[in-house]
Write a protein that binds this ligand. Structure first.
Ligand SMILES: [Zn+2]
Length: 364
């Protein structure tokens, strides 16, 4: 047994009760701080909420409890940009990244460089991503893992290599390899993966070259950025009654007029008119599901090591099943008319094939 399972799960019942109490009284105690920006509160947390794993709200407006960290190093991965403290996710997300790293290695990819997942308790971030808020999103670099262990400094400063020509929006042919395609296919093969976001040039490359089974292309969606990493999103997990599902991806492989739109001038046209505020700059605690207050106030685990996931990733990694427990409290998702939908890069799209223009997000 690891420190995680003996120290953390053993107290789960008591912590659950504490959190439920916090949830009941939280709004009174914290009424005065409801106008504080959620990004400041969540961005200041160094450790997760040591209660049962559950996601609350939506990918671009929510939080999560029971987070675990992916280890900085595994047999088949290395985590990047450690100073950001965004190695945290729902246990199912972390388990999935580890699985992908093992299976991708078996496919011939040298190992994963793991980018941002979530903050310890999720929520909006001080910088970067609009989504990644509920522990179910992860960025994986399209750069193969080097054959040596990177130093902390290298992990901060090493540049990722863009796969896409930013003028033509097409893949740079000499950089794209069949191994990149296999990696994306492997990621898309998992039933829990609902979406993979890539640059439109990468989607086009797949559309033009994948033969045989093309059904997995349905999950691979074009989006701004995502030229040096891809973004894996899994669905709401069991025990997360407050987690809001995203719309299913449209039928078909997506190699159609919705993709052709990306190769017009329109998506790349600079926005006109007054700049709209970013969602994270206006989201307060009252913008988020009520349960996020309890998540914020929940006790921390004893240490980061106690909540670093050690799945079946290699001989030194003892198998520890991901914790399963009921959610802390049932929370309706609050829609906040104060936050414009288009301010969220991953806000639900209108149900039309062609994406509408929106401000280009700075979530590289
Ligand atoms: Zn991402």
């Amino acid at each position: 047994m690891t420190a995680f399972s003996s120290g953390f799960l053993g107290k789960a019942g008591r912590l659950l009760m504490a959190a439920a109490t916090l949830g009941l009284v939280g709004t009174d105690i914290h009424a005065a701080s409801a106008s504080e920006l959620a990004k400041d509160l969540f961005g200041g947390k160094r450790l997760p909420a040591a209660i049962a794993p559950a996601s609350y709200g939506f990918y671009s407006k929510g939080c999560f409890s029971g987070g675990v960290a992916i280890a900085t190093d595994g047999p088949t991965w290395q985590a990047m940009r450690l100073s950001r403290n965004r190695r945290w996710g729902h246990p199912k997300m972390i388990a999935l990244i580890e699985k992908l790293s093992r299976e991708a290695t078996a496919d011939g990819w040298p190992g994963l460089l793991v980018g941002d997942i979530s903050q310890p308790r999720g929520g909006p971030m001080l910088t970067g991503h609009a989504s990644h808020q509920i522990g179910l999103d992860a960025d994986i670099w399209l750069t193969p893992m080097p054959d040596h262990r990177l130093s902390p400094t290298e992990r901060e400063n090493m540049s990722a290599v863009s796969m896409v020509n930013e003028k033509t929006h097409r893949v740079i042919e000499k950089r794209w390899t069949p191994a990149h395609t296999r990696l994306l296919e492997r990621a898309a093969s998992y039933p829990e993966v609902e979406r993979i976001l890539v640059n439109p040039g990468i989607k086009k490359k797949l559309c033009d070259t994948v033969t045989g089974d093309r059904s997995w292309l349905r999950k691979v969606r074009p989006f701004w950025g995502h030229d040096y990493h891809f973004h894996v999103r899994i669905g709401c997990q069991a025990g997360s009654v407050g987690c809001k599902e995203q719309d299913p991806t449209p039928r078909g492989d997506g190699c159609d007029k919705s993709l052709a739109w990306w190769f017009t001038e329109e998506p790349w046209r600079p926005a006109t008119g007054p700049a709209k505020p970013r969602a994270r700059d206006i989201m307060t605690m009252s913008s988020l599901p009520k349960a996020c207050r309890a998540v914020l106030d929940a006790p921390s685990p004893t240490s980061e090591a106690a909540v670093t996931y050690h799945g079946p990733g290699g001989s030194e990694y003892a198998a520890t099943p991901a914790p399963q427990a009921p959610a802390v409290a049932e929370t309706p998702v609050i829609t906040d008319p104060g936050v414009p939908a288009e301010a969220n890069a991953f806000a639900p799209r209108p149900s039309v094939d062609i994406p509408l223009p929106r401000p280009r997000p700075a979530n590289k």
